[in-house]
Design a protein around this ligand. Structure first.
Ligand code: SAH
Ligand code: SF4
Ligand code: F3S
Length: 459
């Protein structure tokens, strides 16, 4: 019987239900990990709340990639300490890469009750129980096997359009500047059957786009445990995911220039639902720097990869990451980065100044000797060049028609939608009869360096 009574439709306050608030920093993989954590915590009786004011437990999933990422977290911890003064029963846990890097050092902060590394999330319910009885807890054990394969992440994105699926964890590449191999452990690939099951699950739940995630997706390799001769590569996995539903868009990141092979490109070209966009971090345009970074490719082989992308997938979007001012970088070497960016004409880029990470090979063996002002000036030159290139790339789209997947209303106006083209350009347009999650055909009218301004084309 449905009672039409006001009180019966109000949520009943359950004093047993514990509320968790999760704050996430860093890369897409960290966001996906928070969804795994939520799934584990729901199993332990926690419900997600959308503000820290109503939380019994605050979890911060942290990033260590650059020093400023960590500084932000220290700032948050001081804020949580103020919150704890008001509510002494509040618990605060640090998860993720900074938990793994700093371990007990984080427990020393008055605000912190719990420190859990990226491979130890299954232990959260036990640690939370112990926390109540015995005080502060920590588990930062890394694993060679953990992929959280059978855990269905509880999606935390707001729009229900695009779902992240992690296909691997860790990294073995040991780029000399990078902290990831230390905080995420050794690379391991996830069982393809669990990936395909998750893909079917998110599609059944209405998602229209799947983002396959790994630090270096090209080194995905799954050995069939029953027949170790049988190996599944990334290109093959990508194809299997694409075949699950031809109406679902597939994206992936990150590709590594030393490993991205033509098989992947041909697979992309064969399947209309695999988005023609590749994120291919270059880091530097100079061979001595690339060698010193241990990237295992050089300028010529990087440019050859770009050539192949353009040959096999005409019109593909190409984006990159760049680091300015790595150890001992000279002015000429910086110019090589600018000239490579000029030659390639990336559609977009994430650009950083080098930040020394303790205990990495660069920190142990090289000197962080490019003065801060020089790093900043070089970064600004890189950004200015990229803005010009992004604008040029967007101007070439004017007049073209694209199919856009609507991600939600635009930040500036509720009357406008924001979505992406298959090659990953952000579009803004008006369409009265459309909604989040719909596909729309649009024509590009004008642009800025970041956005295409479009109109709906009648289908
Ligand atoms: N796995 C990806 C990138 C992961 S980190 C890859 O190999 O390409 C994302 C980006 O952060 C890197 O591509 C790099 O450009 C930047 N980055 C990593 N460590 C850095 C550091 N110590 N200082 C500045 N930027 C860094
Ligand atoms: Fe870091 Fe290099 Fe691994 Fe990317 S490939 S996560 S930059 S070590
Ligand atoms: Fe940061 Fe860890 Fe990702 S260091 S970039 S959150 S893997």
């Amino acid at each position: 019987m449905i009672e039409n009574n006001f009180h019966s439709v109000r949520p009943v306050f359950d004093p047993q239900t514990k509320h968790v608030f999760i704050e996430t920093y860093g890369c897409q993989m960290n966001f996906n990990d928070s969804e795994v954590v939520l799934s584990i915590l729901q199993g332990a009786g926690y419900t997600l709340c959308d503000g820290l004011e109503s939380a019994d437990l605050i979890l911060v999933n942290t990033c260590s990639i650059r020093d400023n990422a960590e500084q932000r977290i220290w700032g948050r911890l001081n804020h949580f300490l103020q919150e704890k003064k008001k509510r002494p029963a509040l618990l605060v846990g640090i998860l993720g890469c900074m938990a793994e890097r700093l371990k007990e050092q984080l427990l020393e902060h008055k605000a912190v009750d719990l420190v859990v590394g990226p491979d130890a999330y299954r232990d959260l319910p036990r640690l939370l129980m112990l926390l109540n009885d015995s005080g502060k807890q920590i588990n930062t054990k890394l694993s060679h096997e953990e992929t959280y394969a059978e855990i269905s992440p509880v999606r935390m994105d707001k729009n229900g359009v695009s779902a992240y699926i992690s296909i691997m964890r860790g990294c073995n590449n040991m780029c000399t500047y990078c902290v990831v191999p230390y905080v995420r452990g050794a690379e391991r690939s996830r069982d393809p059957q669990s990936i395909l099951r998750e893909a079917r699950e998110v599609i059944a739940n209405g998602y229209r786009e799947i983002n396959l995630l790994g630090q270096n997706v090209d080194s995905y390799r799954w050995k069939n445990p029953e027949n170790p001769e049988e190996i599944l590569t990334f290109a093959q996995l990508l194809e299997q995911v694409a075949l699950v539903d031809p109406a679902t868009r597939i994206r992936f990141a990150t590709s590594h220039p030393k490993d991205m092979n033509d098989d992947v490109l041909h697979t992309m070209a064969r399947h209309a639902n695999i988005c023609p966009h590749i994120h291919l971090p270059v880091q530097s345009g100079n061979d001595r720097m690339l060698e010193k970074m241990n990237r295992k490719y050089n300028r010529a082989t990087y440019l050859e990869r770009i050539q192949k992308i353009r040959e096999i997938i005409p019109g593909a979007g190409i984006s990159t990451d760049v680091i300015a001012g790595f150890c001992s970088e000279t002015e000429e070497e910086h110019q090589d980065t600018l000239s490579l960016m000029e030659t390639v004409g990336f559609d977009s880029a994430f650009m950083f100044q080098y930040s020394m990470r303790p205990n990495t090979k660069a920190a142990r063996h090289f000197v962080d000797d490019v003065p801060l002002e020089t790093k900043t000036r070089r970064l600004n030159e890189i950004i200015a060049l990229q803005n010009r290139k992004s604008l040029e790339s967007n101007q070439r789209e004017i007049g073209k028609i694209f199919e856009v997947l609507i991600e939600g209303p635009s930040k500036r106006s509720d009357e406008q939608w924001v979505g992406r083209t298959p090659h990953n350009k952000v579009c803004v347009f008006t369409a009265k009869d459309k909604k989040t999650g719909d596909f729309a055909k649009v024509r590009v009218l004008e642009c800025s360096s970041a956005t295409l301004i479009c109109e709906l084309v009648n289908e």
